[in-house]
Design a protein. Structure first.
Length: 150
C-alpha cells in the first residue's frame, strides 16, 4: 500500500511540471540548480510556499526572505501572519538546497525534486528521511518567486 501511495505522489509531482523543468533527485542536477539560482536568484525575494506534513501549515503562504532569512510569512489571500516562533516549518531556497543535499547523502532517504528551469529553485520537493518511519515525510511546493524583493 505504501508503494502505491509513493508512486501516486511521485506521479502527481511530475505531472505538475513544466516542459523545461528539471525532475531529478541527483546531486548533479542539484549542483546545476544551485548554479542557476546563484546567477538569477538572490538573498532578497518573496515566494509562495506550501508545506505538506504533519504540521499546521497546509495552505499557501507568502514568504518574505531578506538577507537569506525568513522575515515574514502571511497566509495567501489574508492578512494572517505566522508568528516568528512558528516560521521554522518554511524554508528559504538556500535551506531547501541544503536539505536536498543532506538527504541525498543519507542512506535510504527518498528525495524527489523538481527544479524551475528558468531560475533553478526547487518548485517541488518531497523528502522521506526514513522510509521505515511513519509521519516523517514532508513536501514543499514553491511558486511565484519574485526577484528582487518587491
Amino acid at each position: 500500500m505504501r508503494k502505491i501511495a509513493m508512486a501516486a505522489l511521485l506521479l502527481a509531482l511530475v505531472s505538475g511540471c513544466g516542459d523545461d523543468d528539471i525532475v531529478s533527485p541527483g546531486l548533479n542536477d542539484l549542483n546545476k540548480a544551485i548554479a542557476l539560482w546563484s546567477t538569477v536568484g538572490g538573498n532578497n525575494y518573496t515566494m509562495d510556499q506550501q508545506v505538506s506534513c504533519f504540521c499546521p501549515f497546509v495552505d499557501n503562504y507568502r514568504v518574505t526572505v531578506e538577507n537569506n532569512s525568513i522575515t515574514n510569512v502571511v497566509k495567501v489571500g489574508t492578512t494572517t501572519t505566522v508568528p516568528a516562533s512558528q516560521r521554522a516549518a518554511f524554508l528559504t531556497v538556500s535551506q531547501l538546497f541544503d536539505r536536498i543535499r543532506t538527504l541525498l547523502a543519507t542512506k535510504g532517504a527518498i528525495v524527489t525534486v523538481t527544479y524551475d528551469a528558468g531560475s533553478g529553485y526547487p518548485k517541488s520537493a518531497y523528502f522521506d528521511p526514513s522510509p521505515n518511519v511513519a509521519d516523517d515525510e514532508v513536501s514543499y511546493s514553491t511558486a511565484n518567486v519574485a526577484l528582487p524583493l518587491q
